[in-house]
Ligand binder design. Structure first.
Ligand code: ATP
Length: 593
């Protein structure tokens, strides 16, 4: 495929935010790609080079891209900078500059394969002299490209492609291109993605062998599985009713979810809830896990929490969060904030794929697989058959430093459901016992300048939930409480990468922010109650025509959910369920903003 053909599709993608239109353009692209080209076409359209979990980054800063543009167009770098400042988009700038002096007719047109290979070379260049290698590769690409191609190349390298192509839309497109149009075929494609987290692999497999070939995609050590997620219940009686009278209750540890892959040779890779590789942040867990598992290879899941080395008590989330994302002082932090992982599931046990087994069988397999020690332990668990037993266990978990309990279904259908949220797992937390059931993970979509003591800084943030059906972000509150001075001080730096000049097309709100933000940063918000709102469009019309949902007295808990991307935030559908589970529902006569 010529790169120009891909770019022509980008122009069409750029012109719409409708999920069905995006899907149809992508389906056409997929149909006109060869099997070999498919991964490149799909990854490039998402603004990446490889599946997210591989963490492949181009490492091209703004200044480096500007240098490449200057060299490729023969315009002095300061002039490029001025033009970039005027347009606010180096992509538009390079397009304009290239329009001034057309590409010579003798230069061969770029192919998708060439562009992809060159960009991989840019990403792979490391160490001394790598900046020069990156610049030269970009210059070569830009020099050979048409103006519109150069625009998208520059946006890609700066991480500003933003065509609105999400994984779920690509799965829709694959279903249109290769499926039989049924929900069942869409589900099979998504299942294959959930166990492999690799859209390139899924696309190539289905394109080569049709839907049936997807059965060949299995769990593989080193390739993370999309995590199984839990639903909520308003009380323990409801939990037991949904689980038909009996359930395995486990302590709900308040830490970081970790998926551990232990290879046959004993090497260990750790993945976060977002499937980022985080092994380097917790180096002590690697040898501990390699020693604890009795059969290799293995894939196990657990919650990593800080533990007091003197008392063995579980420490609050704030402590382990100090180790997340850390690149320096690793050794000091290991002794200052020791961690343990509490394992709660096993997906691969030696050569047996346990993910397909019911939960009780998986737990037995986990107990046989693991020899617990100080760093690697098993999640505490108890089988319960009555609300009284469940309540007593819940109270014990809270006393032991847990956040609540996770109830797990014992039914024969309780297989591990990668990437799915369902009632096979139900979370029941302490805060459900008073006020609003659970906090909300909201996405920042805008900010308001502060007044008084906060003049010159941001005073409040406009928060949204995610609606996966519409692929849009719908606001539910403005939050200004709960920020301490240090957080307020650090906020602008955290928000800068997301700042936009105008409202993101995927945001729905009736408010006008002082500064718009691209949905990206996720914050945990707590509030007094959810009310029907004529102002906020979260879950608009789902409960009452013309009303959305708003959170009253919202407060930032102090917890940045860096382990969640914008589409992992609380969904509009979850907000509706939270509203419905409130003991006292607000009267629609008194809607609040
Ligand atoms: P979600 O993961 O459901 O989107 P979240 O990340 O906000 O929500 P919670 O609502 O706190 O997390 O509940 C689910 C999380 O609880 C799991 O993703 C996991 O990290 C954690 N967890 C703690 N203990 C357990 C356990 N015993 N079994 C399963 N998950 C557990």
């Amino acid at each position: 495929m010529k790169y120009a053909d891909l770019v022509a599709a980008y122009e069409r993608l750029d012109a719409t935010t409708k999920r069905t239109e995006l899907r149809d353009v992508l389906a056409e692209l997929v149909r006109s790609s060869t099997i070999g080209e498919l991964p490149a076409v799909l990854f490039l359209s998402q603004g990446q080079l490889r599946p997210e979990y591989e963490g492949v980054e181009l490492g091209v800063a703004d200044s480096l891209a500007r240098r490449a543009v200057a060299e490729a167009t023969g315009v002095e770098a300061p002039e490029v900078l001025v033009a970039q400042q005027r347009s606010g988009d180096l992509g538009l700038t390079v397009e304009e500059l290239k329009l001034r002096n057309a590409r010579s007719a003798s230069t061969p047109a770029l192919s998708v394969a060439e562009v992809y290979e060159k960009l991989r070379a840019v990403a792979d260049a490391r160490g001394a002299g790598s900046q020069e290698v990156k610049v030269q590769a970009l210059v070569e690409l830009l020099a050979r490209s048409e103006p519109v191609e150069a625009k998208y190349l520059v946006r890609f390298v700066l991480g500003q492609l933003r065509l609105g192509v999400r994984e779920m839309t690509i799965l829709d497109a694959l279903a249109v291109a290769f499926g039989d149009g049924t929900k069942e075929s869409r589900r099979r494609i998504e299942d294959a993605f959930n166990v492999s987290s690799d859209l390139g692999l899924v696309a190539q497999t289905i394109s080569k062998g049709g839907l049936d070939a997807l059965a060949s995609i299995h769990l593989e050590v080193g390739r993370p599985i999309r995590p199984m997620l839990a639903e909520r219940s308003p009380d323990l009686a409801d939990v037991l009713k949904r689980m038909e009278g009996a359930a395995a209750l486990e302590m709900k540890y308040d830490g970081l979810r970790v998926q551990a892959h232990i290879a046959t040779d004993g090497s260990v890779r750790l993945f976060s809830r977002r499937l980022e590789e985080i092994g380097d942040q917790f180096p002590e867990l690697r040898p501990a896990l390699a020693a604890a598992v009795q059969h290799r290879p293995a894939i196990v899941e657990g919650e990593c929490v800080a533990v007091d080395s003197d008392t063995d008590e579980i420490r609050p989330f704030q402590e382990i969060s100090r180790r997340r994302g850390r690149k320096y002082d690793l050794e000091r932090m290991q002794s200052e904030i020791p961690v343990s992982i509490f394992l709660f599931d096993v997906l691969l046990d030696g050569t047996t794929e346990t993910a397909t087994l019911p939960f009780p069988d998986r737990r037995r397999s986990l107990e046989r697989l693991i020899v617990p020690g100080e760093r690697v332990r098993l999640a505490d668990q108890q089988l319960v058959h009555s609300v009284e037993e469940a309540q007593a266990y819940f109270d014990r978990c809270i006393a032991a430093g847990g956040e609540g309990v996770m109830a797990k279904s014992l039914a024969p259908e309780s297989a591990y459901r990668a990437g799915a949220r369902g009632f096979w797992w139900i979370k029941y937390k302490r805060e459900y016992t008073h006020g609003l059931a659970d906090s909300v993970d909201g996405v920042v979509v805008g900010a308001f300048y502060g007044k008084g003591r906060r003049a010159g800084r941001y005073g409040a943030l406009l928060m949204a939930v995610y609606d996966p059906d519409q692929d849009q972000f719908e606001t539910f509150c403005k939050v200004g409480s709960g920020f301490d001075d240090a957080t307020l001080q650090a906020l602008p730096a955290r928000l800068t990468p997301f700042e936009l000049d105008s409202e993101d097309p995927k945001v729905r709100t009736s408010l006008t922010a002082d500064r718009w933000m691209r949905p990206g940063l996720v914050l945990e918000i707590r509030g007094a109650e959810l009310t029907l709102s004529p102002t906020h469009p979260a879950a608009l019309g789902k409960l009452r025509v013309g009303f959305g949902l708003a959170l009253r007295f919202p407060r930032f808990t102090g917890r940045f959910r860096d382990d969640k991307g914008p589409t992992d935030a609380t969904t509009a559908q979850e907000l509706v369920r939270l509203y419905q589970s409130q003991v006292k529902q607000a009267s629609p006569e008194e809607p609040s903003a």
